[in-house]
Design a protein around this ligand. Structure first.
Ligand code: NDP
Length: 256
């Protein structure tokens, strides 16, 4: 009875930024659970490579080139997927972090870049896929937030990123409240540092990496699959009573 709740057979899951890192792991996790997976990613060659890798794992995967900051393109993709049955699961994972820039040195372009991918992009996708889920009265959305939406990271400065992720968390709660009685759940996962291309700049800097590890009760960073398993749970019927939750997966970072 319980394991069956994790079975996603017959559902279609869209994962933005699913070509690498956490997004790719999410696509694999949802695919292993039986979902048909659509990798929606910025770069065409990365889409192709990810889809090939997922298919090699026996997953029913397809790919679409998508820039989540382009609301018209997001709407067009949602409509295209609707014509073949629609998406029952959406993972808003695409995100950027060009960190280590002080607030007073942050240019308009740097601020807009982060807000536009990390917050606008999440909203465009929630709106486009969410309204179609509402029509069918069925859907689960999982946004990838960050522990940076709760705490201020050290030692790298990144006010633009932290603010964008706090926005993702409150957007998650707001949509959850609006859509809860119409069959669509909206939750978020807030990861600690995860070993992906996004955090390479810090992992390669011995001093910075030491601060990150020392500030984490578990004394280590996380791996993409440790976030993907939380996403799988939230996307599945095992989390049927959960909406508006921001689930920390942070190795205890926020305890201190
Ligand atoms: P990666 O950079 O490894 O992967 C993110 C993917 O999203 C990349 O392929 C990236 O392409 C793509 N992407 C970027 N912009 C867009 C866009 N406009 N439209 C579509 N796709 C886009 O990052 P992670 O896997 O580490 O991060 C995934 C998510 O998890 C992000 O939202 C991030 O903020 C969040 N997160 C990550 C943490 C970490 O420590 N790694 C911690 C907490 C949260 P490209 O490379 O070309 O930019």
């Amino acid at each position: 009875m319980y394991l069956e709740k994790l079975n996603l057979k017959g559902r279609t899951a869209v994962v933005t930024g699913g070509g690498q890192g956490i997004g790719f792991a999410c696509a694999q996790a949802l695919g292993e659970a039986g979902a048909k997976v659509v990798v929606a990613e910025l770069l065409a060659d990365r889409v192709e490579a990810a889809v090939a890798q997922l298919r090699k794992l026996g997953i029913d995967a397809s790919g679409e080139r998508l820039d989540v900051t382009d609301s018209a393109a997001v709407e067009a993709l949602a409509e295209k997927i609707e014509s073949s049955g629609g998406a029952q699961i959406l993972v808003n994972n695409a995100g950027v972090a060009k960190s280590d820039v002080r607030a007073e040195d942050t240019s308009d372009e740097h601020w807009r870049f982060h807000m536009s991918v990390n917050l606008d992009g999440v909203f465009w996708c929630c709106r486009a896929f969410g309204k179609r889920m509402l029509t069918r009265r069925r859907g689960a959305i999982v946004n990838i937030g960050s522990m940076s939406g709760f705490i201020v990271n050290k030692p790298q400065e990144q006010a633009f990123y932290n603010a964008s992720k706090a926005g993702v968390h409150h957007l998650t709660r707001s949509l959850a409240a609006e859509w809860a009685d119409r069959g669509v759940r909206v939750n978020a996962v807030a990861p600690t540092y995860i070993e992906t291309p996004l955090t390479k700049f810090g992992m390669q800097d011995a001093e910075m990496a030491k601060v990150w590890i020392d500030m984490t009760p578990m004394g280590r960073v996380g791996q993409p699959e440790e976030i993907a398993s939380v996403v799988l749970f939230l996307a599945s019927d095992a989390a049927s009573l959960m909406t508006g939750s921001i689930v920390l997966a942070d190795g205890g970072y926020c305890c201190w």
